[in-house]
Design a binder for this molecule. Structure first.
Ligand code: RIB
Ligand code: CA
Length: 313
């Protein structure tokens, strides 16, 4: 099986961090061409540092990290310190990164890489607001036609929203960017709250991560132990949803998830429902089926994969 060539676009974020660790722990299946930071869970100057901290935690200071957009296309930035903490990566104490931030802008890196790699070989894995991805698609019209696909965490329908009653954070922060991506013609695989809320960091699963006993596992435990508090309180669940690693787990073991090819559209105008993703399960609109919308996860299989891969770092 040829390796997946991916660019991870991210706003770390504890769940983003675990997604990055999972990708870096899976070199047989995944080649990380680079990591592009975007403003989201925290401001850009924090998310780019957090991305580098995680690469160094994984023992991979060679990974190229780029800073991208510091605000959405049109709206003001919303961050989520109440979920991720004031640094965006509260939990473990991680050293300031020694590895450099790449000088090139993230959007230029995405464009240059997609044009340089063979057509249809690069997958974008956005784990935050879609601002960087949308800007790359808008700035270089050839990008959309050359991408293999976009596998993203974002959206919600049956679960309702986590940033408004109807909107999920990544889409809510930059709905206009999501609209560009969903209308780009690129094959999109979406991991919405409808599926990520099935993969909860329960006590038993947290203990399995702690039992690994390595520095990476300890830091991961500390990240997740901080991060799960908000959702546990909000939803009354045993554990919080591990959103972003679903994207990477699907690339490694797609059979862990089930979805449906449907049309997904996003509200960009209404103050009441801005950022809502509208999923047309029964082709009522006649709009093209532009996304594989994930609805079911094998949570035990997901955590077995994650835990095993963490032992490799
Ligand atoms: O709604 C969850 C998403 O928003 C995740 O990607 C989380 O990291 C935040 O970015
Ligand atoms: Ca994220």
């Amino acid at each position: 099986m040829p390796r997946e060539k991916i660019i991870i676009d991210t706003d770390p974020g504890q769940d983003d961090a675990v997604a990055i660790l999972l990708a870096l722990a899976s070199p047989e299946e995944i080649e990380v061409l680079g990591i592009t930071a975007v403003a989201g869970n925290a401001p850009l100057h924090m998310t780019e540092v957090n991305a580098r901290k995680v690469c160094e935690l994984a023992g991979r200071p060679d990974v190229k990290v780029y800073a991208g957009c510091d605000k959405p296309l049109f709206l003001e930035l919303h961050t989520a310190p109440e979920v991720h903490g004031p640094t965006g990566l509260n939990g473990p104490i991680l050293p300031e990164p020694a590895m450099p931030l790449q000088p090139e802008h993230a959007v230029d890196f995405i464009i240059d890489t997609v044009l340089a790699e063979p057509p249809g070989s690069v997958t974008l894995c956005p784990l935050g607001p879609l601002t960087n991805v949308a800007r790359a698609i808008m700035r270089e019209p050839r990008v959309a036609g050359r991408l293999k696909r976009i596998v993203l965490m974002g959206g919600a329908q049956t679960e309702g929203g986590n940033s408004s009653p109807v909107a999920e954070f990544n889409i809510f922060v930059d709905p206009h960017a999501a609209d560009v991506v969903l209308k780009s013609g690129v094959e999109v695989v979406m991991f919405p709250l409808d599926v990520t809320h099935q993969v909860l960091t329960s006590r038993v699963r947290m203990d399995a991560i702690a039992a690994i006993g390595t520095p990476v596992a300890k830091a991961t435990y500390e990240m997740l132990d901080y991060y799960r508090q908000y959702d546990e309180k909000k939803y009354g669940t045993d554990g919080g949803p591990l959103h972003d690693p679903c994207v990477i787990a699907w690339l490694i073991r797609p059979e862990l998830f089930q979805g449906q090819h449907v049309n997904v559209a996003v509200e960009t105008g209404s103050a009441l429902t801005i950022g809502q993703t509208v999923v047309d399960y029964f082709d009522k609109t006649g709009r093209p089926r532009n996304a594989l919308y994930m609805r079911k996860a094998d949570a035990d299989g997901f955590f077995a994969l994650l835990t095993e891969r963490l032992t490799r770092l």
